[in-house]
Design a protein around this ligand. Structure first.
Ligand SMILES: C[S@@+](CC[C@H](N)C(=O)[O-])C[C@H]1O[C@@H](n2cnc3c(N)ncnc32)[C@H](O)[C@@H]1O
Length: 170
């Protein structure tokens, strides 16, 4: 199944993205980090990373429309970049310290492409933080990440949402 660049799901903020954005500053220190947001849609998680002090956030999506929307909203912010990226394709401007994604785990058929993008994007020791509204995630996602050398843990956070943390081996 090929991904659809006309995917309309960017048009509204998704619940775990909203909750993760509200929680983001408490998850770790963000100052000076280069951050990649995958499947950014309206980009709330990446904007929270900028607000928390990230030195650069690259907002990516398969669809041009959310990126145009963010260019209007954040165009004057020199720390923000908007770039087309379909999971599994070459990731722009690697490596990143952190990869973030809100509500992007809704299509298990794309997990292999998503894991490929995360693996390409992160520097050794870098971490992916992915938020999802469900209490249980598909075990195959963790298995695919572990097969690429990531250490993986999940926790239920206030909001509520589930946070998956995947750290790339050093
Ligand atoms: C459910 S929305 C979540 C949007 C946003 N992260 C949020 O929390 O509100 C999923 C987003 O992923 C994007 N997307 C879906 N499939 C994709 C793919 N194969 N590659 C890159 N982005 C994709 C969609 O265009 C959409 O913006």
């Amino acid at each position: 199944m090929e991904p659809d660049a006309r995917d309309p799901t960017w048009r509204y903020p998704w619940p775990a993205g909203v909750r993760m954005a509200e929680d983001l500053a408490s998850l770790q220190e963000w100052r000076g980090l280069r951050v990649l947001e995958l499947g950014c849609g309206q980009g709330l998680v990446g904007q929270a990373a900028l607000a928390a002090g990230a030195s650069q956030v690259t907002f990516t999506d398969i669809s041009e429309e959310p990126l145009d929307h963010l260019k209007i909203r954040l165009g004057s912010n020199s720390c923000a970049r908007m770039v087309l990226h379909a999971w599994g394709e070459p990731v722009p401007d690697c490596p990143y310290d952190v990869v973030v994604g809100g509500d992007i785990l809704y299509r298990p058929a794309y997990f292999d492409r998503l894991v490929h993008s995360i693996h390409q994007a992160l520097k050794p020791g870098g971490e992916a933080l992915l938020g999802d509204p469900r209490t249980e995630l598909e075990p195959e996602l963790g298995a695919m990440l572990r097969a690429q050398g990531f250490s993986v843990r999940t926790e239920r956070r206030a909001g509520p949402y589930t946070l998956l943390r995947a750290q790339r081996a050093r």
